[in-house]
Design a protein around this ligand. Sequence first.
Ligand SMILES: Cc1cc2nc3c(=O)[nH]c(=O)nc-3n(C[C@H](O)[C@H](O)[C@H](O)COP(=O)(O)OP(=O)(O)OC[C@H]3O[C@@H](n4cnc5c(N)ncnc54)[C@H](O)[C@@H]3O)c2cc1C
Length: 454
Amino acid sequence: MINYNPKNWLGFIFSLHKSDTIRILWKEIIYIAILTAIITSLELHFFPSSSVLKNLTAVYSLLGFVISLLLVFRTNTAYDRWWEGRKLWGAVVNDSRNLSSLLASMGLTEAETQSYSRQLIAFSSSMKEHLRRNKLPKIIENIRNFIIEQGGEIHFESKLTGITRTDNKISHLEINHGEQTPIKQVILATGHSARDIFYLLHQTGIKVLAKPFALGVRVEHTQALIDQMQYHGRLNDEYLAPASYSLVEQIDGRGVYSFCMCPGGIIAPCATANGEVVTNGWSPSKRNNPYSNSGIVVSIDPTDFENPEDPFVCLTFQQEVEKLCHDATGNNQKVPAQRLLDFVEGRKSKDFPRSSYTPGIESVRLDEVLPPLVAKRLQKAFQAFDKKMPGFLTNDAVVHAPESRTSSPVLIPRDKERMHHVEIINLYPCAEGAGYAGGIVSAAIDGMKCVEAC
Ligand SMILES: Cc1cc2nc3c(=O)[nH]c(=O)nc-3n(C[C@H](O)[C@H](O)[C@H](O)COP(=O)(O)OP(=O)(O)OC[C@H]3O[C@@H](n4cnc5c(N)ncnc54)[C@H](O)[C@@H]3O)c2cc1C
């Protein structure tokens, strides 16, 4: 925020050259001054008694009046936006202050009160930085430095490759296939794509279970189309954020829903091994890409398969779909795609509009490539979504496949209270890969809970 001192009005006149307006507009001001000088000199020298030109002052006054009215409206709208933000920011400040005063009456220990107050401060501070500019990389660097200052160590390029178990404890970890490192406690937060870790745990005799997850496609419309559906025609209004949507239906006993909807976003390649393809989506902070994409996924349950007791039944299914989609396009990162209406009506698409997925898309009968338990439900869901959001089911949208990494297909079971593994008492399965989080914030909070439980 810029603080002005209204008493220093004289100073403003002499520092006019420093103002943003002058710095941005000086070229235009000079251009208009030259143009005006030329016109005035023409008028004085060549048409000194023209009656048309004599009334120009009235025209300029009228024009000035209209422009000033427009300016008033613009200033009002801008002030409204500023005031809206100001109120929200004020509420954050007041609520976090009230919450930290309430901590004192909650019967917490001194250390717990301190920890929660710090978290409240950290929340407001990170939000401010996130809104103002991208300082997050610096914040992460600071977190790393803080860990080091507290006596911690960060080991880059160090992969967990082996676990040694003695009775109900882990005694050693093997890093980069090297020597065994003795350990006291392990927080395992390797994410939902570290399949090698799930297999490693199983081979070491550490219990893992199959977990329900969701799998489907990424559908991409143009952002203009989604804006039209959601705002009912109020397009190109700079004060309206690019529209999003959230859709859900029950189809044949399973939930089908939109997941990680990215307005003004991009579909990204996210495979983690050769011979597979995976899509995911993200939006730049301005959400100003011309496309809008969302995962549309079907809930998958271990009981959908013949061997629900197999801890890897969902993971194997996930892997198979990723391979099927890879093989459908050839040996590259292109993904199979189909226009949305063609997908629902079972037709191969002849061509495509532009896609934000940069490795490229290839026309494939996705309705046949995807297993029927996914494809059939998706087809019905898209028809139902079109009733909720008329225009959604259109051949101007394209489905890309697969969206398969919505959450972990494996659960590493842990004790609810003590947070350690149900059998291994110094192993703390943590965050998304272990099945206890579904996004950045919930993963971070689960990490904090595990640290406190250790
Ligand atoms: C493109 C994209 C966009 C996303 N957008 C959002 C979003 O807008 N909002 C949101 O909330 N979530 C989003 N997510 C999801 C979010 O990133 C995850 O939910 C979150 O990062 C999970 O955190 P985690 O700590 O459990 O796992 P991860 O962040 O996956 O961290 C796991 C870490 O373990 C390391 N690791 C794995 N195996 C080993 C090993 N053997 N040895 C040593 N280290 C290992 C990995 O390198 C990784 O650094 C997005 C994900 C993607 C891919």
